[in-house]
Design a protein around this ligand. Structure first.
Ligand code: COA
Length: 415
């Protein structure tokens, strides 16, 4: 089977998480991704959070599947020449260096344009143009600056970051979409272009509903689906909403059987208006079907706390999976709080290739998250991440370098 991005060659100048998630996706869609790393060191994540001494970390392996790795000192003039050759022969350069690093290397947009006007240059930066544009940024900084931290957590607690890597992997996804769109546009213009995905902007895009709420709050002074209503107070800015649903159907996380000892014995329960009658029947509170204080969605907004407390009396008598089975029979939207252990063992996720077991020559078998995007005509085969410089000779040979050239570059520590 062919792949969607067959024939696209990526000069992958990314490191850590945001950039690598982007190029890994492109590799899964069939692009030839050549990861350029510093000789001897490589991507810093190879050595970070190691669970086995001297073996590429899971952090690295899980973000760099299906790529080829070459080592190259791009600050050495001969290394820079190799880099120029790569620029001439690749379609896209992806990078997420600190602001200005690429320019300091001499790889300016003008330089790239001169060598290859068709090249797309895609960058992740922490911030777009503005007062913070020169700042280095990691995941949680982006979550804080993009509106996620101020709106996550409970109202009586501090701002909170989320476990979902929306700043890094979230931005990588945005960048990948920009690259694919730029490749498509190049078909008609024949030109490359710059693609920028700032992490703050990507997080804000994912927090879009909170900017919606900011404007609702300013207009009406209140938001009835928030836990601050009706007893608490609203300030000037969107408050933290705990586990309240971000949409128009109130929801909350409720305890299930075993919660005293199992930190994940909980279920997310949504009191969708369409199934209110069924909810009342399941929990044995049929009088709430007609009782004016509970009968309409509008009336219920005044009583969400007692409503969820009553439903929780029922969920606490069931395990989260028993509750799921019963509630799903009535089309009541709900979701078990799954631990990473449960997800890792989930047979459906294994079958669909979203959880994949990979064999690595140095670390042996490990689990990874495969391609979450499924295409009917471009299947993803996840292959292991490359060892540092594993493909240096192979790639340089493809670029036209002779064995003698390669030996010379090696002896001069350029590769
Ligand atoms: N050969 C020679 N030099 C190389 C090289 C190579 N193959 N690859 C990288 N370098 C150099 C760069 O030119 C740069 O040198 P300079 O500072 O002298 O110009 C240097 O290595 C390090 O780059 P930098 O990006 O500053 O790394 P860092 O470890 O100090 O910072 C980040 C890491 C993530 C904070 C920073 O890269 C950043 O802010 N990136 C943008 C936002 C981002 O993606 N953040 C999320 C990361 S998950």
């Amino acid at each position: 089977m062919s792949k969607a991005l067959d024939g696209v060659r990526i000069l992958d100048f990314t490191h850590v998480q945001s950039g690598p998630t982007c190029t890994q996706l492109l590799a899964w869609f069939g692009a030839d991704v050549i990861k350029v790393e510093r000789a001897g060191e490589g991507d810093a994540t190879r050595g970070q959070l190691r669970d086995i001494p001297d073996v590429d970390s899971l952090y690295f392996t899980m973000l760099n599947h299906n790529k080829r790795s070459i080592t190259l000192d791009t600050k050495n003039p001969k290394g820079k020449q190799v880099l120029d050759t790569l620029i001439k022969q690749c379609d896209v350069l992806v990078e997420n260096f600190a602001p200005g690093a690429l320019d300091r290397m001499g790889v300016t947009w003008e330089h790239i344009q001169k060598l290859n006007p068709r090249m797309i240059v895609a960058s992740v930066k922490g911030f777009g143009p503005g007062k913070y544009e020169d700042c280095k940024v990691y995941e949680n900084v982006a979550q804080c600056a993009g509106g996620s931290a101020s709106t996550t957590g409970f109202d009586d607690g501090p701002p909170m970051v989320t476990g979902a890597q929306i700043g890094d992997s979230g931005t990588g996804l945005h960048l990948a979409l920009g690259i694919v769109a730029a490749l498509y546009q190049r078909n008609t213009t024949g030109r490359g272009q710059k693609v920028l995905a700032p992490m703050q902007d990507a997080v804000l895009n994912l927090c879009r509903v909170k900017l919606r709420d900011q404007q609702r709050l300013e207009r009406t002074g209140t938001m009835h689906e928030y836990p601050q209503y009706p007893d608490g107070e609203f300030g000037e800015a969107v408050p933290r909403a705990g586990n309240a649903s971000g949409g128009g159907q109130p929801g909350w996380i409720l305890k299930c059987k075993g919660w005293e000892t199992d930190p994940n014995a909980y279920i997310y329960f949504i009191t969708q208006a369409a199934v209110w009658k069924a909810i009342c029947k399941v929990i044995g509170q049929e009088d709430w079907i007609t009782e004016p204080a509970y009968a309409t969605p509008q009336a219920r907004l005044l009583h969400l706390k007692p409503i969820f407390a009553r439903i929780e009396q029922w969920t606490m008598t069931k395990t989260k999976f028993e509750a799921m089975d019963i509630l799903n029979e009535f089309d009541i939207p709900c979701g078990p709080i799954l631990s990473m252990k449960e997800i890792a063992e989930d047979p459906s996720l294994r079958e669909t290739g979203t959880i994949v077991e990979i064999d690595h020559p140095k670390r042996g078998k490990y689990l990874t998250v495969g391609n979450p995007i499924k295409m009917s005509d471009s299947a993803t085969d996840v292959t292991r991440s490359p060892l540092l410089g594993e493909h240096t000779e192979e790639v340089l040979t493809q670029l036209g370098y002779s064995a003698d050239d390669i030996a010379a570059l090696r002896s001069e520590r350029v590769i």
